[in-house]
Write a protein that binds this ligand. Structure first.
Ligand code: GCO
Length: 394
């Protein structure tokens, strides 16, 4: 079977500053990685030195056949102290944007990908309304310097994960476990998105702006429907509704969440393979997430992240093939899906999991920083170039 994608369908890969740049010591994540008794198995350190090696990495992605590159700009580099902006850091990101354009890649910029400058983490960070104002001011200064080169923009990456894991589960900074703070952080993040959206639209350049969200498939046994609906509403729908009228919505999906009748996590189903991330191998998640996002947000959808952390590169190709079959079914049903970004371009720092999960199309030896293309990189680059996917008979 062959799946053809519409003309202009955007094929890209994604990274985030803190996961690849290295040396981002001035944000809350670095502090968290080094805190006493931290849950983090290892610090981000030099990461994969993408701050300096981006020219080579971006050229590689262009040569593979991709048409876009999604990356984030690091707030703590651009505004290292409150109100103090670094011209050098902004120039750095201008050069990165220029390098994308020179290599035929549409630059897709994320303005917040999980990390917040240390100076902005007094109090409860995102549970404090001042953080939305500070973030909007940062966006205003950044877009002023960069807007003319930006191809597409994401305001805040997965605000639902920032809220849930940072304020309820307590595994991301500021490591709170408090239902009130969780709800408050969700609201402040939505406010931050709305403020950033306005500022980015008003600045130089004319590019689509949207929000990206962690979504997926859901399961509950009979009797759990009501609990699940409440949880899904807080985790997905409030953001999807807040994004109505935006230029696009960014869907990010990896797996499935199983909840019991009371809404408590049930863990993976017996017989379903469990990945290094502790969740199920579940490529079906993407189709479910796209359909739900299109339904509720009612705007065009991009898959801004989908991928798998595995050492088995054949499994990566199988996973992406299945996920893309789901994209194909959405397109057949007339859903406006405009692109697919694989997470991630490079193996990188997977937050509270450290460097063990390997999501990259490109492997990195972190002692030498030498890059090695995995077969999946050539394969997905080929799909991008052809704008077509051959699905092997199973
Ligand atoms: C995310 C995160 C990424 C993760 C990826 C794999 O947006 O969830 O953007 O930072 O690395 O999801 O877990």
């Amino acid at each position: 079977m062959t799946i053809s994608f519409p003309d202009g369908f955007v094929w890209g890969t994604a990274t985030a500053a803190h996961q690849v740049e290295g040396g981002n010591w001035n944000n809350d994540w670095w502090a968290w990685e080094h805190a006493p008794n931290t849950v983090c198995p290892e610090p981000s350190g030099d990461a994969v030195d993408h701050y300096w090696r981006y020219p080579q990495d971006i050229a590689t992605l262009g040569a593979l056949g991709f048409g876009a590159y999604r990356f984030s700009i690091e707030w703590s580099r651009i505004e290292p102290e409150e109100g103090e902006f670094s011209r050098a850091a902004l120039d750095h990101y201008r050069r990165m944007l220029g390098t994308c354009l020179e290599n035929g890649l549409l630059p897709v910029v994320t303005f917040h990908h999980f990390t917040t400058p240390r100076w902005a983490t007094t109090g409860d960070t995102w549970a404090d309304p001042v953080t939305a104002e500070r973030f909007a001011r940062f966006c205003e200064r950044a877009v002023d310097a960069l807007g003319d080169l930006i191809g597409m923009a994401n305001t805040i990456n997965e605000p639902n994960v920032v809220a849930l894991i940072g304020y309820m589960i307590g595994v991301f900074p500021p490591a709170k476990q408090n239902a009130d703070l969780y709800v408050r952080a969700s609201d402040v993040l939505i406010d931050g998105h709305k403020r950033a959206y306005e500022v980015l639209k008003a600045g130089p350049g004319d590019f689509p702006v949207g929000l990206t969200l962690s979504m997926g498939d859901w399961y509950t046994p009979p009797g759990g429907e009501e609990a699940l609906a409440g949880i899904r509403r807080q985790h997905e729908d409030i953001y999807l509704e807040a994004a109505r009228g935006n230029d696009f919505f960014g869907v990010q999906a990896y797996s499935r969440t199983r909840l019991d009748e009371r809404g408590l996590p049930m863990g993976p189903e017996a017989g379903v393979e469990v990945l290094d991330m502790g969740y199920e191998y579940w490529p079906q998640a993407l189709e479910v997430a796209i359909r739900h996002a299109a339904d509720v947000a009612q705007v065009p959808v991009y898959v801004t992240e989908n991928g798998i952390g595995t050492t088995d590169d054949d499994q990566r190709i199988r996973f992406v093939t299945s996920a893309l079959e789901g994209v194909g079914r959405c397109l057949d049903d007339g859903i406006d899906v405009r692109g697919y970004f694989y997470w991630s371009a490079l193996d990188n720092f997977e937050w509270a999991y450290g460097y063990k999960p390997q999501f990259g199309l490109i492997a990195v030896d972190r002692d030498t920083q030498l890059r090695r293309l995995k077969p999946s990189a050539q394969w997905l680059g080929g799909v991008a170039r052809a704008n077509r996917l051959e699905v092997p008979k199973s």
